[in-house]
Structures are given as structure tokens and as C-alpha cells.
Design a protein around this ligand. Sequence first.
Ligand SMILES: *[C@@H]1O[C@H](CO)[C@@H](O)[C@H](O)[C@H]1NC(C)=O
Length: 176
Amino acid sequence: MEEISVDFDGIYAHNFPPPLRLPNMFIKRSLPARLHPCFLLVLASTISEIAFMARGDVGTASHYTPPYQPTECYGGDPSQFPSSNLFAAAGDGVWDNGAACGRQYLVRCISASKSGTCIPERTIQIKIVDYALSSSSAAVASKQSVTGATLVLSQTAFGAIANSSVDSINVEFQQV
Ligand SMILES: *[C@@H]1O[C@H](CO)[C@@H](O)[C@H](O)[C@H]1NC(C)=O
């Protein structure tokens, strides 16, 4: 009895060359396989944009003056400050009993009392390094442009998203 190629679920007898239709199947399969990553990328970026708009909280941001140490989070340790100088002291809504230390937020200016002072197309990423309601840290109330803000930004951070001549802006922010 001669050996025959058996085609069950794509499994072929070992001593036969692969049949011709195998490459065809492979090509047919590889086309959608190559499209998938593109679709996924577009989908992922669209979803993350929608998510940013939907999940971002709205609050206010003020700014404070240097020196920025000591902090409620890190004492006098300067290594905890981001080299970008984009950082903030957390107001009560963000502080989370100290758990906010080190958290990163995307922040965007959405409006200001004086028109033209916002740079709404710019989003910055800031790190929480201090507590805005601390009585002993560098972010004491007397150094804030206004008190009671959700986020008290460093001069660099505030100036990146608004004209620093204003005391307070409305922001959209989201933890990353
Ligand atoms: C910021 O605001 C001040 C005061 O209104 C103005 O003189 C200055 O030109 C503004 N700076 C920028 C970059 O818009």
C-alpha cells in the first residue's frame, strides 16, 4: 500500500512536500494580520483621547514662589523634584491624605478670568511634591497666588499653560 498524504485539519504526512495551497492560505491570512496593528493603534489613540475628555476632573490652579523646599512629601530631598520643574502642591481634593505624593497628573488650562491668558492647546505632566494646606512646608498659603486652589503649580508649570500674570486658572486634570 502506497503512502498517501492525509489532509486532516492542515496536518500532512511527513514525507510529502507542503501542498501548493498552503502559501495561498498564508498570504490570505497575513493580510488582515498586517492591518490589525494599524486599526488597533488608531482605536487606542481615539479611545485614550475620549477617555481624557471624559475622565479628566475640573478644578482650579494657582502658583507659588520658590524656594520649593522643604516639602510635606520629601522633606529637604531635592532628588524628588522632576528635572522639568513641572510639579505642584496638592490642594485638599487631590492630597488624599498624603497618598498623592509622587502621583503624576496631566494638566490643561481650560479657561481664565482674563481672556487670552490660557494656553489651552498645551498639556503638561506634573508631579505632586507638596501639600498646599501645610503650615510648615515651602507651599504655605502666604506664597500662593491665591489660596484654596485644587493644584498649586510651580512657576514653570503655571507659565507653561497660562500667562503667569494671572493668579488662578481653571484646569482639567487627570492622573496618569
Ligand atoms: C501676559 O499678560 C501681561 C499682562 O496682561 C501682558 O502684558 C503680557 O504681554 C502677557 N504675556 C503673554 C506672553 O501673552
